[in-house]
Design a binder for this molecule. Structure first.
Ligand code: 5AD
Ligand code: SF4
Length: 467
C-alpha cells in the first residue's frame, strides 16, 4: 500500500456526491479518512452505501448525524491519534444531544480491525467499530446506533462485501480520475507490516465486476482509473472465460473500454512483477509510464529479516527489465530505515541501491514497531539514529526527485486536467508521471487530456503551456 491519501484525496473526490442519494437526504454523515488510497476508495464506497440509506455527505463533523473515522494502522501511534480525535468529537456529540439529536460515531478501517472491542471499552462515545470487510453493513449498524445499540463487526466474512456496496451512481458528475479496488489483503507477511492482520488474506475481485464498475465510472466522466490493491500485481481474479486472470490480462481488457484513457495500478510487490505485466508496459499505450515498486531496503540481510523474499540484486535486475520494456517509465518506491538489526553498513546499501535505481519519487519512513508483527519484539534501533538515517535518505531521494522534475522541462507530454488552479485562469492536472502540472487553460478543459510543453519545475509540481 501507499500512504498518501492526504496528497491524493482531492483527485478521488466526486464533484457532487450529494446527488447520489435517491431516498432524499434526511441525515448527514461526515467521513474522515486517514492513510492509504485504499481507505480513500473505501470511504467513497461507505459514502455510497450511506447515501442509498438517506445520508448526505458533509465536510465537517459539527452537527453530523453520523461521524466515521476511517483509520490507518500502518505506522506510529495510529490508535492514539484516533483516541484523541474521538476526544475532540465529544463536545460536538454532547451539543447534538442537547439539541435533541444523536451523533453516532463509527471507527472504521485498520485501527478498528486491530483494536476491536478495546475501542468500545476505552471510549464510551463510540457506537460502531467496523473492520474493512464489513462496510456494507454500515447503514444497518448506524440505524441500530440511533436506537442506542453498540456494534463491533471485525469479522472477515466469506461473502463479498463489494456485492453489497452500491456502486457509484452514473448520473453524478465524477472527477476525471478514480480509484477502483481490484484486490485486497496480503499473504506476504513482511515482518514489519500490519496489513496481513488488519486487511486479511489476499482476495481478488472477479473481472466481470471490475469491468462493470469501470464502465460505470467511465460513463460518469472518469478518464483515468487507478487499480488498487495492497498487493495489486498479485491479482488473480476469475476471468471472463472462467479461468483466473493476472493483472496484465485485466489491464489489457480494461484498455478496450472506450473513453478510458489512462490506467494505473498500485501497490506492487517486486515478487509479483511477472513477464506479462512487464510486457503490458511495453504494449498497452493506455498504461501510464509510472510504477510504484517498493523495495524497502537495500541490504540483503535486512531484506531477509523483513521477509521480503527478494534480494537487492533481484530488484535491480527487475528494474532493468521494466526499463527495457518501457524506457520512459518513472519509478517510485517506499523505504524503511532503522529496521531492527539495520547497521550503518546495511543503511549504506539502501543509499547505494537508490543511487543505482534513480527514483522519480519516493516515500520513506522510520521503522515503527507494530504490535503483533514479527519484528515488534526484536531489539530496536535508537530513535536518533533512525532520524539521522531518514534525513540522509530523504536528502538523496529529494535530489533524485528534483533531477527528474528538471529533466521534464522542455518536454511535451499529455496532461489530464483535473481541476481549477489557485490562480486566475489556471488549471491543474497530472503528467503521465503523476506530477501535479499547472497551466493556463480554459475551465472547460477539465477532464480533457491536453498536449502541453513543460516550461518549469518546482519541488513537487510542474509548470506547463498548451502546445
Ligand atoms: N514502520 C515503518 N514503515 C512501514 N510501512 C509499513 N509498515 C511500516 C512500519 N511498521 C511502510 C512501508 C510500506 C508503506 C505503505 O508503509 O514502506 O510500503
Ligand atoms: Fe505489508 Fe509486505 Fe503485504 Fe506490502 S507486501 S502489504 S508491506 S506485508
Amino acid at each position: 500500500m501507499q500512504d498518501k491519501a492526504q496528497q491524493d484525496q482531492p483527485r478521488a473526490e466526486a464533484e457532487d456526491a450529494s446527488a447520489a442519494s435517491s431516498v432524499g437526504p434526511t441525515k448527514r454523515v461526515f467521513i474522515k479518512t486517514y492513510g492509504c488510497q485504499m481507505n480513500v476508495y473505501d470511504s467513497q464506497r461507505m459514502g455510497d452505501a450511506l447515501a442509498a440509506a438517506g445520508y448526505a455527505p458533509q465536510d465537517e463533523a459539527e452537527n453530523a448525524d453520523l461521524v466515521i473515522l476511517n483509520t490507518c494502522h500502518i505506522r506510529e501511534k495510529a490508535a492514539e491519534k484516533v483516541y484523541s480525535e474521538l476526544g475532540r468529537l465529544a463536545p460536538l456529540a454532547a451539543a447534538k444531544k442537547r439539541n435533541g439529536g444523536k451523533m453516532a460515531i463509527a471507527v472504521a478501517g485498520c485501527v478498528a480491525q486491530a483494536e476491536g472491542e478495546e475501542i468500545m471499552r476505552r471510549q464510551p462515545l463510540v457506537d460502531v467499530v467496523v473492520g474493512p470487510q464489513a462496510y456494507h453493513r454500515l447503514p444497518e449498524m448506524a440505524a441500530r446506533a440511533r436506537s442506542g445499540a453498540r456494534t463491533v463487526d471485525t469479522e472477515f466474512p466469506t461473502e463479498d462485501k463489494f456485492d453489497h456496496l452500491p456502486t457509484p451512481k452514473t448520473a453524478r458528475r465524477l472527477a476525471p480520475t478514480a480509484f477502483l479496488t481490484v484486490q485486497e489483503g496480503c499473504d506476504k507477511f513482511c515482518a514489519f507490516c500490519v496489513v496481513p492482520y488488519t486487511r486479511g488474506a489476499e482476495v481478488s475481485r472477479p473481472v466481470r465486476k471490475i469491468l462493470a464498475e469501470a464502465e460505470r465510472l467511465v460513463t460518469g466522466g472518469v478518464r483515468e482509473i487507478t487499480l488498487l490493491g495492497q498487493n495489486v500485481n498479485a491479482y488473480h481474479g476469475a476471468g471472463e472465460d472462467g479461468v483466473d486472470w493476472g493483472l496484465a490480462q485485466l489491464i489489457r481488457r480494461l484498455a478496450e473500454i472506450d473513453g478510458l484513457d489512462l490506467i494505473r495500478y498500485t501497490t506492487s510487490h517486486p515478487r509479483d512483477m511477472d513477464d506479462a505485466l512487464i510486457a503490458a508496459h511495453a504494449e498497452i499505450p493506455k498504461l501510464a509510464p509510472y510504477l510504484h515498486l517498493p523495495v524497502q531496503a537495500g541490504s540483503d540481510k535486512v531484506l531477509k529479516a523483513m521477509n521480503r523474499g527478494h534480494t537487492a540484486a533481484d530488484y535491480v535486475r527487475l528494474v532493468e527489465r521494466i526499463r527495457a520494456a518501457r524506457p520512459d517509465i518513472a519509478l517510485s518506491g517506499d523505504f524503511i530505515v532503522g529496521f531492527p538489526g539495520e547497521t550503518e553498513e546495511d543503511f549504506e546499501a539502501t543509499l547505494a541501491l537508490v543511487r543505482e535505481v534513480r527514483y522519480a519519487q519516493a516515500f520513506s519512513f522510520k521503522y515503527s514497531s507494530r504490535p503483533g508483527t514479527p519484528a515488534a519484539d526484536r531489539p530496536q534501533i535508537d530513535e536518533a539514529e533512525k532520524a539521522d538515517r531518514l534525513a540522509r535518505l530523504q536528502a538523496l531521494l529529494g535530489e533524485q526527485q528534483r533531477a527528474f522534475m528538471e529533466a521534464c522541462v522542455g518536454r511535451e507530454m499529455p496532461v489530464l486536467i483535473e481541476k481549477k488552479g489557485r490562480e486566475q485562469g489556471q488549471m491543474v492536472g497530472r503528467s503521465p508521471y503523476l506530477q501535479p502540472t499547472h497551466l493556463l487553460a480554459p475551465a472547460e478543459s477539465r477532464g480533457e487530456i491536453l498536449r502541453v510543453r513543460i516550461v518549469g519545475a518546482g519541488t513537487n509540481s510542474l509548470a506547463a503551456e498548451l502546445v
